[in-house]
Design a protein around this ligand. Sequence first.
Ligand code: GDP
Ligand code: IMO
Ligand code: MG
Length: 433
Amino acid sequence: MSVVIVVGAQWGDEGKGKVVDLFTERADVVVRYGGGANAGHTLVIDGRKLVTHLVPSGVCHPGKSCVLGDGMVIDPQVLLDEIAQCQTRGLLMRGELLVGLGAHVILPYHKLIDGLREDRGAQTGRAIGTTRRGIGPAYEAKAARKGVRVRDLAKPARLRELVAANLDELAPLIAHLGGVAPSAQEVERWIDDALAAGRALAQHTGDASRHVAHAIGRGQHVLFEGAQGCLLDLDHGTYPYVTSSSTVAAGACQSAGIGPTAVGAVVGITKAYATRVGAGPFPTELHGEAGDRLRVAGGEFGATTGRPRRCGWLDLPALRMGARLSGMTSLALTKLDVLAGLSEVSVCVAYRLDGKELDEPPIDLDDIARAEPIYASFPGWGTLPSAARDVADLPAPARAYVETIERMAGVPFCLVSVGPDRSETIRLRDPFS
Ligand code: GDP
Ligand code: IMO
Ligand code: MG
């Protein structure tokens, strides 16, 4: 198995960063696909924390090639800051980073429009709760074939022309949303900043698709790192409460420009409970004290925006849906330790709608609002040893929980995570074997 895709199984923040860091031990190339700086991945290695938004979570393994695929939308300043942050820690010092020339660029007007829409949505009750990082507007420009790509940052005349053409169309929209269209000086500054960022990034840019294809051709191990989660997928998620890219496993092939026949395995990452940031359906959400307890115990505050994450019980029907959408061949279960201390742990095992039992959540927003989660309860466990390295080291109720979830999800586990640190992990199967 030389090509493995890692995806979030639900609504993001499942712990993909930690798992990608671990799997990178066995990889030669790590490719981030999809999305942009809406993602936030926290890595903890020997107690030291690193938060990444754009750079692949394999970055802590010097010498491994780290690629940003053409399907991404990249905020150049965020990327430069992140490269600088990594380099102060001695990472990315050997030319490991390759940014696809075809990736799209997030410019200040994308963030402006994202923010204005969210402000207006807050007044009308229709906010999506985006990260305001300009993701939607940048993908809109791409689909409209007007986007600015990384390759354009090296062409001042082309960049000027593209920005002017975009703003010509967007100025009325900005005014309609209650914003102030940028002045000529401001636009000039944006262009100068983008060109300067382009010059600084030039040493890291190239043909990402060929680079990945060559690695696969040579039999190297290639790890694809998904951002967000399957239920935030633009086509298959809880639309319109989704992000604007393909977060399912198929998005890896599209973003990186490789064929699906190259892929050997798909690992889904799921928490032992569930979280969601922003608006949208979350039937197993816990309100009040129970939700607060999970939020505090799990440190459930966004790595990108600092927003408190909504917390609830694990939703097995949603997990099954994610597994189906991405063709998962194994699952990594994270944050089992966060449930320690509860007298009872619940899991949604099915939904009931109009007298019928459903093994996946209904996707229509009206139906999901009416659907009733059916729960199973498990006895809790007092503590969980962070030194557990084998399922046999877990207290019996935690072991029973893990085994039942694995059986009911219908996908074998390859890893159980019992703490944020790289070392706090029970490894069951190597995804590359
Ligand atoms: P990602 O976006 O999927 O990479 O996930 P985030 O990094 O946004 O959020 C996951 C958070 O949980 C991070 O702060 C991780 O350090 C932390 N984490 C990962 N695995 C575990 C675990 O098993 N136990 C605990 N307590 N924290 C974990
Ligand atoms: P990682 O990779 C959790 C959510 C936002 C919002 C919706 C649309 O860390 O798991 P966007 O800014 O993309 O237009 O927002 O998607 N969202 C995430 N939620 N984790 C993420 O990334 C997310 N990226 C976007 O909260 O609901
Ligand atoms: Mg995250």
